[in-house]
Write a protein that binds this ligand. Structure first.
Ligand SMILES: [Zn+2]
Length: 251
């Protein structure tokens, strides 16, 4: 890891840049890919706002459940998870699960959220990753990227926002999560138990798993990664937990 990114969150915190916006595709994406980082930011006094572009109204084995019922349950679970992580009440854009497009409409809504919340840091899916990924993740990631640059900071894009007194804004840093090319690792060990609890808030997806079961799965994975020569090697024998990102800094 380069020195440039090693202390990124620490540096921003000291500079007083303490507003983060997370843009994800489905309820539970945030908890799995960056829940530890959100908990860490909250613990350092940041305000974190989570946007979910769909309400996760697909993905059930129960044939009697309607998309509306599932969306209601999953939004409630996402609210609970955000509360556990110390984030604000989430915003749901309500696009149908599986049908996200990087459209003018979605970009306009994201530009409005950026102008409204004025984040220093944005976290979203890496929409450019080459490996297998859900299309909603790719499209949400790319739409967020496109909303930040060039649109959100240029008053000629989506001028209708002037009616709400929203002015242009550009975040300093974008973190791409779920990337296959990370250059920034966040040590989430101190908040790992909070991340696990936020994942378990998604009861409809977690099928009765317990905190101990989820923790053990992560512990095993961390031990495997530690033995991989390409991954950060810890000198002492303590298990460390990390979340990885690709960093894009805007001038
Ligand atoms: Zn997802």
């Amino acid at each position: 890891m380069s020195n440039k990114t090693e202390d990124l969150i620490e540096r921003m915190t000291i500079d007083g840049q303490k507003r983060a916006l997370v843009v994800m595709a489905h309820p539970d994406d945030n908890e799995f890919v960056c829940g530890g980082t959100v908990a860490l930011l909250s613990s350092k006094g940041w305000s974190v706002h989570i946007i979910v572009t769909t309400s996760g109204n697909k993905g059930t084995q129960d044939p009697s459940v309607t998309p509306q019922q599932l969306a209601f349950v999953r939004e409630q679970e996402q609210r609970h998870a955000a509360e556990i992580l110390g984030a604000e009440e989430p915003t749901f854009m309500g696009f149908p699960d599986g049908y996200i497009e990087n459209s003018n409409e979605l970009r306009g809504l994201l530009v409005r959220q950026i102008r409204l919340h004025r984040p220093d840091l944005v976290i979203t899916w890496d929409g450019f990753r080459s490996g297998f990924n859900h299309r909603d993740h790719r499209r949400t990631g790319r739409a967020t990227y496109d909303a930040i640059y060039p649109a959100a900071d240029d008053h000629l894009y989506y001028p209708v926002h002037k009616l709400e007194n929203l002015s242009p804004h550009r975040p300093s840093v974008l973190l791409l999560a779920g990337t296959d090319n990370p250059d920034y690792l966040v040590d989430i060990t101190p908040v790992m138990n909070i991340k696990v609890r936020s994942i378990l808030a998604h009861e409809s997806q977690m099928g009765g798993r317990t905190e101990a079961m989820v923790m053990e799965r992560y512990r095993k994975r961390a031990v495997e990664e530690r033995s991989d020569a390409n991954v950060h090697n810890n000198q002492d024998n303590e298990v460390r937990y990390q979340e990885s990102f690709r960093v894009i800094e805007f001038g």
